[in-house]
Design a protein around this ligand. Structure first.
Ligand SMILES: [Cu+2]
Length: 175
């Protein structure tokens, strides 16, 4: 297991250098307090509730809308962990609100360019109503989210985009 841990860490360091998206997970930047950072991995007596997957509402009380900085939101609210659920809440299209949606980009470059054509829709404009659209971070990989409306306009100009690299939960199940 120790070997796997080291391998995993090495992999993520490589992934970090490959994808600057890890920036969104602020804990990958060099910590000011090393022991605090280490305790995330090494402290067996960590509060149990922190090891349970969380439901995280994207944008918090702002929900999912045009013009809110989601990159900054992800930076402030990370890190996110494997099996956490991101909840996208947005109104169905109506007279007063833009339609929104949730798309996943296949790679960093299409994410950077808001190339919606290469992205895959994971939620349409009506799936954000009520309890919202739930997306579980099941895989240990970077996820590139955006709103796919107006051919990338919401992504580019509306700042409706963010990247997440889920972290491994200390002593949780390994992927
Ligand atoms: Cu939108």
């Amino acid at each position: 297991m120790a070997t796997k841990f080291v391998q995993g860490l090495t992999l993520c360091v490589i992934a970090t250098s490959m994808f600057s998206v890890c920036m969104a997970n602020k804990d990958w930047s060099m910590p000011s307090n090393y022991s605090d950072w280490w305790s995330r991995f090494g402290n067996r007596h960590q509060n149990k509730t922190q090891q349970q997957p969380r439901n995280i509402i994207v944008g918090g009380s702002e929900h999912w809308h045009f013009g809110y900085n989601y990159t900054s939101w992800a930076f402030k609210n990370g890190p996110f962990y494997l099996n956490d659920t991101l909840v996208f809440k947005y109104d169905a299209p109506n007279a007063t609100s833009f339609p929104h949606s949730v798309y996943l980009f296949p790679n960093f470059w299409s994410f950077l360019n808001c190339d919606v054509k290469s992205a895959k829709m994971v939620a349409n404009s009506t799936q954000g109503v009520g309890e919202g659209f739930h997306f579980v971070l099941k895989k240990w990989q970077p996820y590139f989210f955006a709103c796919g409306e107006r051919n990338g306009f919401h992504c580019n100009n509306g700042l409706m985009k963010f990247a997440v690299m889920p972290m491994l939960r200390p002593f949780g199940p390994w992927p």
